[in-house]
Structures are given as structure tokens and as C-alpha cells.
Design a protein around this ligand. Structure first.
Ligand SMILES: Nc1nc2c(ncn2[C@@H]2O[C@H](COP(=O)(O)OP(=O)(O)OP(=O)(O)O)[C@@H](O)[C@H]2O)c(=O)[nH]1
Ligand SMILES: [Mg+2]
Length: 463
């Protein structure tokens, strides 16, 4: 069966699971007066993994579901209970799928069952039991789970076959695939019957190989005419091409001439294709004149193996298959090139980047620093204090001061706004008021006044 839903390129949006939050709790038991901290760590978020699945032939499924998410890890519990790690999300993709990030191939799934982690789940946040030290035996701090990695990727499928069938439409390519494999592509007495590549596995004298039947090629295919062009790339990874010829020719083109036209199309499409070993099979041996055409072609292409077959009547196939097996043995699979290391993936990211904004706000960014912020529970004063210490340690505090941060400066990070007070203070947006569906931020003066009032109030309480 052939479907019209063959899809060989798809963009996907991937999000790995967030780590579970750490737990903040203390032992409370009957005869124990000062129970220590016993908040457990959160579990790891699930990774997103792509797995090469030989039974899949299209990326169609992913086009319908391009948003892929793994589950989050479970929260840590009291009594030092660890949160359960989330299962990884395994996404099956067809064998021959290449994974591209920012236009660079970062991995190529070329063996059955091969897996690649494309987004790592976050680690679980530490519970307060992990923060216990001699100085602080009762920490009131627990981390939020680490966010999972998020990434946008493009998947491209190049079917993986050993043998590629080429030829004009209606030559009998699909009939040949039917004759030598269990595949059942549509066969009909008109051109362009095949609209998508079909794959089949042939076993001949103990050797197995995969054959790809692609739509017929016509003159100008390499420039986009007919259907052939978009599918030629699918035979780029084959090791031998079997050129199937209809002795009656195609659309007024003589059979002998037709061979050169196809060969030129292959050459124009890519040097790779032009270099591939080629076998010619003159099909429809049962039709009048086939024998003559076969002889002419054999003479003209003396350097090539040429056979006379009848795909429909299963005639002459043995010798053709012998030749295919021989050619495959002489052209073993090239060791896969190591996946080009995507510079964007492996580049060492700076710990933080500071960008002063025109309106006086200062933006801080960087994977690591954003992670620290995302894992801080701003409702816990000790956690906020710890973040301040981290800022100091990595030189972020100094750098911010150099860029003119003063008490009350708005710091933009992780898509949120915070108030600077020697560390990251309250999230500003939490104080924003919604007016008529529009979020209006308080002016700096208003915020400073509010802070002052809070401080006074605190002082008043302490007195
Ligand atoms: N007489 C005869 N007809 C054949 C033979 N092999 C294939 N045919 C017929 O040729 C026609 C085209 O066969 P297909 O296998 O669909 O040809 P194709 O090359 O896949 O064609 P496209 O998919 O359109 O490119 C069908 O009617 C087949 O029955 C053969 O050996 N002898
Ligand atoms: Mg066909």
C-alpha cells in the first residue's frame, strides 16, 4: 500500500522534563524536641530521546505532533523521600533520519534501534536535608527543580536503502520491487503511479538488501520537473542503482536514448549519484521487440552489466539479483561519518551576559545563571540569600554594580523582572497591576516608595 502522506522534513519543538522540586521539612516526632531537616530531593525530569525505528517510513506522525514533551520529575518528600524520576520520552523516527539544529546536522540515525538524547531532563531540586551544615543545622531552603532543556530541531529523512530503482515512469520499477520483495506498491499501466518511495527487503542466496523504488524520473527532473527531483535525494545513500528500461521507450523517446537522459539527470542532480555503480535491466522481455532493444543497449553500454528481464512474469531475475549481490559486496557500506559536532550545542556558554537596556533596566542572561534563578524559591529568604552569594562568587554582583545597578534597578532575567537590592529582590511583575487587560508596571519611584514603606514596617515590628 502506498500513501500520499510521505513526509521527509519536519520541524519539532522539544522540551525535556523539569526536575522535581526539593522538599522543605523538619522531623516532627513525639519525643524528639529539635527534629532535623528531612526534606528530600526532587526526581530527575525525563529526557527526550529519538530512536531509529526500521518499521517507520515517514515523518508524518511527527508533523501531526511536533510538540514533544517529557514529564517532570516528582517532588521530594518529607522523611528524606526522593521524588521519582520521570520516564524518558522515546520518540520513534524512521531509520535514516538526520537531526539538524540551526541548519547543522548534529546526529544521523543510521542503525536500527540507535538512540540519541536530544533534550536532557532537569535534575531534581535539593531538599533542605541537603543544605544542612555545621553552621546551619536547620536550613529553611529547598531548590526548585532544574528546568528541562528546550530545543527546536529539524528532522530530515533520507531513506536508507542498498539498491535504488531508477527509470522513466511506467518502466516497471514497482513491479520489480513486488517481484523481489514482500512490498506491495501500487502498479498500474500509466506513468507516475508511484508518488512516494517504497522500500522492500530482498533475500537472495542468503544475502539481504533493502531496495528503494522511487517515482519515475523524466527529463528535467533534476530541475524540478515531474516528481523525480524531490525523491532523488532518497537514493543518494544507496550503493547501487538498478536502471529499469521499458523497451517501448517513454512518451516518444526511444528506449536506447532514454538511458542517457536518465543518466544525465542523475549527474545534474549530484556527483554522488553519478558515481554510483549502475546495472541496467531491460524489462518487459515478453513484449515484441524487447530482445532487439536489449541487444542494442548491451552493445552501446558494453562496460555495464545489462540484463533482459520480465518483472511481471518473474523472468531473468536470478541473474540480475546475482549481479546486485556481487556489486553490493564490492561496495561495502562506508563507515558513517561521525556526526558533525554542532558548534551551537557544544560551545562553552559564558556563565552570564549583562546587557543594559535603554530604559535603565539591566538584562542578565546565560544558561547557568538562568538555571540558578529558575531553581531559587523566592519565597524562601535563605534561598534568596544563597542566590546572592552565588552572584557574588561568580562576579555577577560586581559586574552589575559596574553597569550602574543601584537599589531599585530593575533586573530582567528568565523573562521576569526583579528588583536589585544587593541581590535579586522581589519579582517586580508580581507587583504589577492589571488595568483593562493590560499589565502596567509601577514606576520606579512608586516601587521605591513601596520598598521604603515595607522596610519601615519591618523596623516597626522589630522595635
Ligand atoms: N508486459 C509486461 N508488462 C509489465 C512488466 N513489468 C511491468 N509491466 C507493466 O508496466 C506497467 C507499469 O508498471 P509499474 O511497475 O507500475 O511501473 P513503474 O516504473 O513503477 O511506474 P511509475 O511508478 O509510474 O514510475 C504496469 O501495467 C505493469 O503491469 C513486464 O515484465 N511485462
Ligand atoms: Mg511505480
Amino acid at each position: 500500500m502506498q500513501s500520499n502522506s510521505f513526509l521527509d522534513r519536519v520541524k519539532i519543538y522539544v522540551k525535556a522534563g523539569k526536575g522535581g522540586d526539593g522538599c522543605l521539612s523538619f522531623r516532627r516526632e513525639k519525643f524528639i524536641e529539635f527534629g532535623g531537616p528531612n526534606g528530600g530531593n526532587g526526581g530527575k525530569g525525563g529526557d527526550v530521546i529519538l530512536k531509529a525505528e526500521p518499521n517507520l517510513t515517514t515523518l508524518q506522525e511527527l508533523a501531526y505532533n511536533p510538540h514533544i514533551e517529557a514529564k517532570d520529575g516528582a517532588k521530594g518528600g518529607t522523611y528524606n523521600k526522593y521524588g521519582v524520576g520521570a520516564d524518558d520520552k522515546i520518540v520513534p523516527v524512521p531509520l535514516g533520519t538526520a537531526i539538524k539544529k540551526d541548519g547543522v546536522v548534529i546526529a544521523d540515525l543510521t542503525t536500527a534501534g540507535q538512540e540519541i538524547i536530544i533534550a536532557r531532563g532537569g535534575r531534581g531540586g535539593r531538599g533542605n536535608q541537603s543544605f544542612k551544615t555545621h553552621q546551619n543545622t536547620a536550613p529553611r531552603i529547598a531548590e526548585i527543580g532544574q528546568p528541562g532543556e528546550e530545543i527546536t530541531l529539524v528532522l530530515e529523512l533520507r531513506v536508507l536503502a542498498d539498491v535504488g530503482l531508477v527509470g522513466f515512469p511506467n518502466a516497471g520499477k514497482s513491479t520489480f520491487l513486488t517481484a523481489i520483495t514482500a512490498a506491495r506498491p501500487k502498479v498500474a499501466d500509466y506513468p507516475f503511479t508511484t508518488l512516494n518511495p517504497n522500500l522492500g527487503i530482498c533475500t537472495h542466496k542468503g544475502k539481504s538488501f533493502v531496495t528503494a523504488d522511487i517515482p519515475g524520473i523524466i527529463e528535467g527532473a533534476s530541475e524540478g520537473k515531474g516528481l523525480g527531483h524531490q525523491f532523488l535525494k532518497h537514493i543518494e545513500r544507496t550503493r547501487v542503482l538498478l536502471h529499469i528500461v521499458d523497451p517501448a521507450g517513454f512518451d516518444g523517446i526511444d528506449a536506447v536514448k532514454s538511458i542517457k537522459i536518465i543518466e544525465d539527470e542523475l549527474k545534474t542532480f549530484s556527483k554522488e549519484l553519478a558515481k554510483k555503480p549502475r546495472i541496467i535491466a531491460v524489462n518487459k522481455a515478453d513484449t515484441a521487440g524487447a530482445e532487439d532493444v536489449f541487444k542494442k543497449i548491451k552493445k552501446k553500454y558494453a562496460a555495464r552489466p545489462v540484463f533482459l528481464i520480465s518483472a511481471a512474469a518473474r523472468g531473468g531475475l536470478g541473474k540480475t539479483l546475482d549481479e546486485i549481490v556481487k556489486t553490493l559486496a564490492a561496495n561495502p557500506v562506508k563507515a558513517a561519518k561521525p556526526a558533525a559536532a554542532g558548534p551551537a550545542v557544544h560551545a562553552i556558554a559564558p556563565v552570564f551576559t549583562i546587557s543594559p537596556l535603554d530604559d535603565g533596566r539591566i538584562q542578565i542572561s546565560g544558561k547557568k545563571i538562568e538555571e540558578f534563578i529558575a531553581m531559587t524559591n523566592f519565597a524562601q529568604p535563605e534561598a534568596v540569600e544563597r542566590l546572592g552569594k552565588i552572584f557574588k562568587k561568580i562576579g555577577l554582583e560586581k559586574a552589575l554594580l559596574k553597569h550602574g545597578a543601584t537599589d531599585g534597578t530593575t533586573i530582567v532575567a528568565c523573562g521576569k523582572e526583579f528588583e536589585w537590592n544587593g541581590g535579586l529582590g522581589a519579582e517586580v511583575s508580581a507587583e504589577a497591576e492589571r488595568i483593562g487587560g493590560r499589565t502596567v508596571r509601577e514606576s520606579k519611584a512608586q516601587r521605591l516608595a513601596k520598598r521604603k514603606a515595607r522596610r519601615e514596617k519591618k523596623k516597626g515590628l522589630q522595635l
